[in-house]
Ligand binder design. Sequence first.
Ligand code: BGC
Length: 362
Amino acid sequence: MRKGVATFAAVGLVASLGLTACSQPQEESPGGEDKPKVGVILPDQASSVRWETADRRYLEEAFQAAGIDYEIKNAQGSTENFLTLTDQLITSGIDILMIVNLDSGSGAAALQKARNAGVKTIDYDRLTLNGGADYYVSFDNVEVGRLQGQGLIKCLEDKGVENARIVYLNGSPTDNNATLFREGYHEVLSEKYDEGWVFVDERSVPDWDGTQAVTLFEQMFTAHGGGIDGVLSANDTLGNAAITVLKGQGLNGQIPVTGQDASVAGLQNILAGDQCMTVYKAIKKEADAAAALAIALARGETPSGLTTVKDTESGREVPAKLEKPVAIFKENIKDVIDDGFVTVDELCTPDFAALCEEAGIS
Ligand code: BGC
């Protein structure tokens, strides 16, 4: 529906998220059955499994619980698709557009189309620079980077490595989150450089593409004659690429590699000892917060209890809800399972059954 968002049972969800809202009277439909509609565009399936396995599922659950109509699309890595999907969703009568941009340029164009049609907007997970979204929902992404940096330091110190030589596989140069993760891990690791650790090299991986990450990591490995002690990799997809190359050299398990997303493959790499840590982001919280903000927008409410995040291009302070990331090592993989994010069956496939048992996961 558009215009005249009316009563629907969503107050509980807003309250349960610790968001409060000042409401303005809204048009009410007879019987209170007029539901707002949210259109969501996810970015791809390749850069991380999270978008289809976690975000879609939790967003569906959150919208259903909130009594909101929804349509969730995936742009499959194409900015052209992204804009076509935007048009289709607007034509279908959405009240709110929620996007995970593929880059800020196309993201801003999608948000502008929505605004032109009177549709409210939410940046989900990635901030669209100069995009002007009404709200932003994500994690504290600088903190994600700090956890990765601290995790790599812990893994190297546990191994007794001195004056460690570090290479970096950064996320996509067009993803503002990749910039924030990098800010966080460089902040933490730069302190170690003062103590004799060595920044060896870094590469940004276009589109977070795992295949390109293999090539870029190989190039760094060769260029520095294998003189590497630790790999700061920005997510599990890139971490797995580094591990693939290290396996080819018989060095997997000897050189710690970081990750992000607590994907099944990442957690299995941790169980195998090939990856030292990942960052778990409770996507359920992110999806619930996004649904609560969608409701607030649809009702013309102004939620309080939000923080702001600066759009570094426009200078605008964007009202935001940021969730807290958690570092996961072999010792606390169980936390991800206890949270219902990954099941024992998904993780402990026959090849990993013995390792699961060793780690006390059953
Ligand atoms: C997300 C990560 C994800 C990466 C690749 C980032 O913007 O925050 O969770 O791994 O994109 O999709």
